[in-house]
Design a protein around this ligand. Structure first.
Ligand SMILES: [Zn+2]
Length: 337
């Protein structure tokens, strides 16, 4: 994707305020950014999760990429709106909550920190990388499929209220609105774990803290990376659980990718609150990879998969060692052991 275009998408999404259950501004921004794309349609489920679909030609859909629209933040006290203190929703330790001023957007507030900055050394710094970066990646995927006139069908799911326990993803999984064999692929930003490092490419997640992910989709992502020469990291990011664990609990085989995140949930190593950050190069590589994966899977039946090559090697080994096996069996038989 063109550098300037991606920066425009990043700016539009990251500058949109959000908090758990207060994703209406973000949903409007996503709709606006997808609106110009002639092959993309958007619907909503009963809970307000957005379901976008790119469809060109008659190829069956295989993947649904998912990102959540919220970020840990403040909400007005709903139990005692007159006198109650604001409440914080999302996973941030209580002793940090007084460490940064809050900016209010009507009924919800975010840390009063820059919404979007790009540093000279290629870092995106924002009050809410998690998971608005994932949302941008899906929007960018759809723009790329459109630009390339790709003959493919794929979904983008933008979920609500992930930060309080995958609420949107659970609603979606319970009334799964997509064809049965479509796989869910969570796109997240995650703290570095399992040897993965920022700037070394997006991470194809083996699993998270709770579960392991769908082997077939994981293999498709890795094969696409090899074919397109995209540097990726394959790792178990077990710093937390992601929506792929939630959807798998409801029977939907799921996979996941992440870009490595600094200052996870705005928590700095020295106990404060500050912007989160990710590498722009990692984000670009992830967009390239998911675009390539959708196109490869739509074309179907690739013979260059790593698993197919491995099986072929195994078959050859079995065949080429038959001579040793026969000789040994003969010896066995003759020696009356
Ligand atoms: Zn989070």
């Amino acid at each position: 994707m063109h550098h300037q275009k991606l920066l425009t998408l990043l700016r539009r999404v990251l500058e949109t305020p959000t908090a758990p259950f207060h994703e209406y501004h973000m949903a409007a921004t996503i709709r606006e950014l997808l609106e110009p794309l002639p092959h993309v349609t958007i619907t909503e489920d009963k809970f307000g999760n957005l379901i976008a679909c790119y469809r060109r030609g008659r190829k069956s859909p295989r993947l649904a990429f998912a990102a959540h629209l919220d970020h840990p933040g403040w909400v007005k006290n709903v139990k005692d709106p007159e006198n109650g203190a604001p409440e914080f929703l999302g996973g941030v330790p209580a002793d940090r909550l007084g460490k940064c001023p809050v900016k209010w957007f009507g009924d919800f507030g975010m840390w009063d920190l820059p919404a979007f900055e790009l540093t000279k050394d290629g870092l995106i710094r924002s009050r809410a990388c998690d998971d608005l970066i994932g949302c941008v990646e899906i929007v960018a995927l759809f723009h790329e499929l459109e630009r390339r006139e790709a003959e493919a069908t794929c979904y983008g799911l933008f979920t609500r209220a992930e930060e309080v326990g995958f609420v949107g993803a659970v609603h979606l999984a319970k009334s799964w609105p997509l064809p049965k064999d479509v796989r869910f692929v969570s796109l997240e930003t995650s703290a570095p774990r399992g040897g993965a490092e920022m700037g070394k490419g997006p991470v194809v997640r083996v699993g998270d803290r709770m579960s392991v992910f769908d082997d077939a989709v994981t293999a498709e992502l890795l094969d696409a990376a090899t074919a397109e020469k995209i540097e990726v990291q394959r790792a178990l990011l077990d710093g937390g659980s992601c929506e792929a664990t939630a959807t798998q609990l409801y029977g939907i085989p799921s996979a996941a990718m992440s870009v490595i995140l600094g200052n996870y949930h705005n928590c700095t190593p020295d106990g404060g609150i500050d912007v989160e950050f990710v590498s722009l190069a990692d984000v670009k590589a992830l967009i390239k990879l998911i675009t390539a994966t959708v196109i490869r899977m739509a074309e179907g039946g690739r013979k260059d998969s790593a698993k197919a090559a491995m099986k072929k090697r195994l078959e050859e080994r079995v065949r080429s060692h038959q001579i040793y096996d026969r000789a040994a069996r003969k010896h066995w038989k003759n020696s009356n052991l």
